[in-house]
Design a protein around this ligand. Structure first.
Ligand code: ZN
Length: 501
């Protein structure tokens, strides 16, 4: 048994190495690769992911998993051995349903489709991506069919990013959240708009990067096991548990953009850096879901990084770095500026309160597309209609409409967006528990000290990697299932102080 378990581990290690090598090629593509490298890079990435898929779905892996059933039963549910076999079997059973031919076809299509979108977006040309997007939708339906027996055609896609969740679960949670959010948004936008001019001045790029770096080092993001570079779209990536990198994007005329992207991605990075190092080279060395991942980026970006307590400590430092711009701006006014709520067109620029409405629009449109109730050619208008209904705005073009997010143009349609809002909800659930264990966390944040919070998150969430499903993790940490209560309380209390609710 021990020998079989070791053999499984060796095979999994090779799969992981292939995947992580591909991640390095992707990181380079997004940071430093000259345009001339694009074609060969696409081919190399397709090869590596096909090799990883082949190796992982090898029938010998299935035989080992079968042979290891008694071994799994000998070990506690929480043990490394039982968890690794359980998680591997789960991944394996999903992976063998998807033919390697489909995976490589999809990778090749995604590369073309992404290039196509990258060219069409600045030209505001939806027509140019329409055919590729139709193909993406067809392939997304084809993917679902590999998982016959689903309740909703979007379920296999949702399960890819948020294991165990179904369209019906999300519809219910989103429905409840929507009911609470709509009146809050309405009450806020009827009041005088917050003045965000303090953050919309000229800020030198190097100083912005240096300030962000200072904060995330204080958070506990470890530059001995990570680094930060600049990209068009910020992201976090991992090549091993000793090398978890983040990227950011700086705008000279908007301080929020670079700073909060940095804090956000550092949150993702700290999650992965906190995984038990003995999981290296196994499927357990990973975040468990997009929702849990987002809960951590949002904890550090929003709950900590956009709080008044945090800025009591950091605002004098920021003023020191940008004397000319901020000397005359009071802390309270700066705090209002970085938490300005308004109806807007762009998801990634949206505030904490309206953000989830952007997500719900995309989630509903994905369901409509997959269900066949919406055709790709009608998508731009459906987008505008929903924005008018939900946010009271209509984009003047498709560039700020249906072309704004990369997701549908670089992967499949389905399951791409719900994780952001699930993350907001979970962030408050987890943070509440951290406060119960350590009520002095807010005081420590006011002193620029994050060790207690970081350690609690590491011990209770990060260390487990992908050992437990999101549901199991929520139950272990909070003692119950997903619910919106603490998140709504958080929004009402924070924005009730900034606005009249
Ligand atoms: Zn994120």
């Amino acid at each position: 048994m021990e020998r079989k378990f070791k053999e499984l581990r060796n095979r999994l290690h090779e799969v992981e190495d292939l995947r992580l090598a591909a991640a390095l090629l992707e990181w380079d593509q997004a940071t430093y690769m000259p345009p001339g490298g694009a074609e060969a890079r696409g081919r190399q990435l397709a090869l590596l992911s096909a090799l990883a898929q082949d190796k992982f779905t090898d029938s010998e892996v299935g035989r080992l998993l079968d042979a290891l059933v008694p071994f799994q039963e000998q070990h506690d549910y929480d043990s490394f051995e039982a968890s690794l076999i359980r998680k591997t079997r789960n991944d394996y059973e999903k992976a063998v349903r998807v033919p390697t031919e489909f995976v490589s076809r999809m990778n090749i299509h995604s590369t073309t489709s992404y290039q196509n979108w990258a060219n069409a977006r600045p030209d505001n040309n939806f027509k140019a991506v329409e055919d590729n997007l139709k193909k993406t939708l067809d392939m997304s339906r084809e993917y679902s069919e590999f998982f016959s027996g689903y309740e909703h055609i979007a379920d296999p896609h949702i399960d890819r990013s948020d294991p165990g969740m179904k369209a019906s679960d999300i519809k219910q949670v989103f429905g409840e959240l929507r009911k609470e959010l709509v009146p809050i948004v309405k009450a806020i936008v009827e009041q005088a708009e917050a003045d965000d001019r303090p953050v919309k001045q000229e800020f030198a790029e190097d100083e912005q990067l240096a300030f962000g770096q200072l904060v995330i080092e204080d958070f506990g993001y470890d530059f001995q096991r990570g680094r930060q570079d600049k990209t068009l779209h910020p992201f976090m990536t991992k090549f091993s548990l000793g090398d978890v990198r983040i990227t950011t994007r700086v705008k000279k005329d908007d301080l929020s953009e670079g700073l909060f992207s940095t804090l956000h991605e550092a949150g993702h990075g700290m999650y992965e850096l906190g995984i038990d190092p003995s999981f290296e080279g196994t499927p357990l060395a990973d975040g468990i879901s997009s929702g849990v991942h987002e809960s951590q980026s949002r904890t550090w970006e929003n709950i900590v990084g956009r709080s008044l307590g945090f800025w009591k400590h950091y605002y004098p430092k920021l003023q020191g770095a940008f004397r000319e711009q901020l000397e005359g701006v009071k802390l309270q006014d700066f705090y209002r500026a970085i938490n300005k709520v308004s109806r807007s067109l762009i998801r990634t620029d949206a505030d904490e309160v309206t953000y989830n409405l952007h997500v719900m629009i995309r989630f509903d449109l994905e369901l409509d597309l997959l269900e066949g109730n919406l055709e790709v050619k009608d998508l731009p208008e459906a987008w505008h209609t929903r924005y008018e209904q939900d946010l009271g705005l209509r984009a003047p073009n498709d560039m700020d409409g249906v072309l704004q997010d990369v997701h549908w143009y670089a992967g499949l349609i389905g399951g791409s967006f719900q994780g952001y809002t699930l993350g907001n909800i979970m962030a408050s659930l987890f943070y509440d528990q951290a406060l119960k264990a350590h009520p002095n966390i807010p005081e420590q944040i006011e002193q620029g000290k994050f060790n207690t919070l970081h350690t609690w998150l590491k011990d209770n969430l990060y260390v487990h990697g992908a050992k437990f499903t999101p549901d199991e993790l929520l139950n272990r940490v909070t003692g119950g299932p997903l619910h919106i209560g603490p998140y709504i309380d958080y929004l009402k209390s924070k924005y009730g102080q900034l606005y009249e609710l």
